[in-house]
Write a protein that binds this ligand. Sequence first.
Ligand SMILES: Cc1cc2nc3c(=O)[nH]c(=O)nc-3n(C[C@H](O)[C@H](O)[C@H](O)COP(=O)(O)O)c2cc1C
Length: 432
Amino acid sequence: TEGYLISGPVPGLFDAPTVSHYAPREHALEVRGRFSEDAWQDLASHLPAGTVLVGFTSIPWRESWKYGERAFRYLNLNLGHALAALSFASAALGWRATLLDSVGTEDLVQILGVGVADHGGAEAEVEIPDCIVAVHPQGRAVSGFSLSEEVLAEFKEVEWQGRPDQLSPGHVNWPLVAGMAKATAKPHGGIAPETFDETRDGPRFAYPPTSFRKLIRQRRSAVEMDTASAMSRDDFYRTMSRTLPGTGRFPCNLLTWRPEVHLAIFVHRVLGLDRGLYFLVRNPDHEESLRSHMRGNFKWNRPEGAPVGLYMLEAGDFRDLARVLSCNQKIASDGCFSLAMIARFQAALEERGPWFYNRLFWECGLIGHTLYLEAETAGLRGCGIGCYFDDPVCSALGLAGKEHQSLYHFTVGKEVPLRRMETLPAYSATDR
Ligand SMILES: Cc1cc2nc3c(=O)[nH]c(=O)nc-3n(C[C@H](O)[C@H](O)[C@H](O)COP(=O)(O)O)c2cc1C
């Protein structure tokens, strides 16, 4: 995932409206192009005062060298993680990040300056634009944003600077990845933002006093989990409730649609909860349909004090099943819990169009990032699991056909400290 900033003049940073690219190693912005004050005023006219825009793109080769065709879903999961990271970081500084989903993929090509003839780089390392996000002061909602013809025409004239480095001397072609990018391109056009169900708010779970900056910087993926440690029920409930949507709930409030993804959770060791299979319904509109599609013998019991939408389906030891479903990875069975993210799949795509396929994975990545930070808060460690067997997951739940699909897995537990590995501080080069 690559990041871009589109902003008006910012004192001490830019004198004129500018598009810049984020260089993570230097933790710096590289100026890519300037545009007129009029175009910025036009862009900003539907946005709260003080807004800046953050754009994201993906370079499929960064994943396909390793994952082949499966790279496409990893790109979109990674993007979901990046969206959540932006939302959390914005929130910590009093800002809010909102996805501007009326913008089409072709529009993004223009305003981010990717894919233009003089962009350089290897042809096999094409960069595809994903989305732009408004970062604006909290308390102000974004609505009615659209890119005008005038702005798009102006961006055609921008003189783009800089060329991306070539990543690899040789490449393997995975035509399906390019085909998927084309098939799921977002058309230009208004999307009515869907409202969240605020009345659903259940119990609130307190956070221990902690430094958010520290949690963000210490976040890593667990490589090996200890098979004995348990987590407290409060920590588990807080983690689950953190993934629920709501206007004031970061990072879910970055997305503009009501949740399409639910959680099937294998609870291995949570103090005060029976081992077993649990389910978190993140959108109550889907509950009836989920209940009717899933196995008839599931209990759907509400555990005492649980966040709204959390049910126990079946008691038992699911460690072996959890491991097998996640490509036999021990991290899925050895931690405190692991889970599968179950999307309402076919109907969500039929209702909105193929472009929504990517967004289902963004929603999953966003949940995954939330789980990473919740794990750190609880003194534990998380790990995203992109390798899993999707159809067997559905069979285990009694789900048939393409109505639902498992799109991402995640695990949380106590990490076994790694030997012969050294962790360097984040941003050490800049000391920021
Ligand atoms: C979308 C995604 C899928 C992942 N899938 C797996 C996986 O199946 N197995 C695994 O051991 N780690 C998995 N990881 C963890 C990555 O290996 C890890 O995030 C990466 O090496 C960077 O390390 P860090 O998270 O500690 O910064 C996944 C991470 C992401 C974001």
